[in-house]
Design a protein around this ligand. Structure first.
Ligand code: SF4
Ligand code: SF4
Length: 229
């Protein structure tokens, strides 16, 4: 196998696509507006969530919201990766981050990280009911800085769990309400609101169980997972 220094072209190994879909940038706006990338194939990573930062090669809280192509089921592998053909099923309409990706020569990809990122509101024309819903959700349920949450859990889990429990249940109540009362398609949930807080906490070792009053949390000092930026 060639080393990165010897490599001069893509070997179509699929590793980059399997690690997760790319974040969307300004140049990708037309792909969404023209229907090549439906909102149901997008997931929002909210400010405060933990993600892999390629510039520092560390898992860090995201400082600016990003919208990316979703994975498949519980895996992050890009939903447009065709494993049988070992290729991209939307190759001609793939996002700019995929166009510039050369794993053997990452300078152009790295230069794009965090630049001109698209947010949910960029993708929702104004005025639009969904735009108002996103704003209301963010007002009521902002994502905590998960780096701070992780520290607090390590130092004084018993003091923060009850606050987190309230946030988790408020988050779920909002989602349930919009699905039940407004008939919001579930397929849009990950784009409009990102992952529920309880899932972000599970990645930090928080255990979740159901109780009559809502979800209950307990803490387990295990590792953490994040998402790539
Ligand atoms: S860019 Fe690199 S990691 Fe991605 S498919 Fe090509 S060879 Fe594999
Ligand atoms: S859009 Fe295509 S090239 Fe980009 S990560 Fe997904 S499958 Fe890979």
């Amino acid at each position: 196998m060639k080393s990165k220094q010897q490599q001069t072209e893509c070997r179509r190994c699929g590793t980059c696509c399997q690690k997760g879909g790319p974040a969307l940038h300004g140049k990708d706006l037309a792909l969404v507006r023209d229907g090549h990338l439906p909102l149901t194939d997008l997931i929002t990573i909210r400010r405060g969530e933990l993600a892999h930062n390629p510039l520092t090669d560390r898992i860090e809280p995201v400082v600016q919201e990003l919208v990316k192509l979703r994975g498949v089921g519980s895996e992050w592998c890009c939903c447009y990766y065709d494993a049988a053909r070992r290729g991209c099923s939307i190759y001609r309409n793939r996002p700019v981050a995929c166009e510039v990706l050369k794993c053997w020569q990452p300078e152009q990809s790295l230069a794009l990280v965090g630049q001109d990122l698209l947010s949910r509101l960029d993708l929702l024309p104004s005025p639009a009911p969904l735009r108002s819903l996103v704003l209301e959700y963010e007002h009521l349920n902002p994502c905590p800085d998960m780096g701070e949450v992780e520290k607090a859990l390590a130092e004084q889990a018993e003091n923060v769990l009850s606050t987190l429990e309230k946030q988790v249940n408020s988050d779920l109540a909002f989602r349930d309400r919009v699905v039940r009362e407004l008939g919001l398609p579930l397929a849009l949930e990950m784009f409009l609101f990102g992952r529920p807080l309880f899932q972000l906490l599970q990645a930090l070792g928080v255990m979740v169980s159901e109780a009559p009053q809502g979800l209950r949390l307990a803490f387990n000092r295990e590792g953490r997972k994040g998402e790539k930026q």
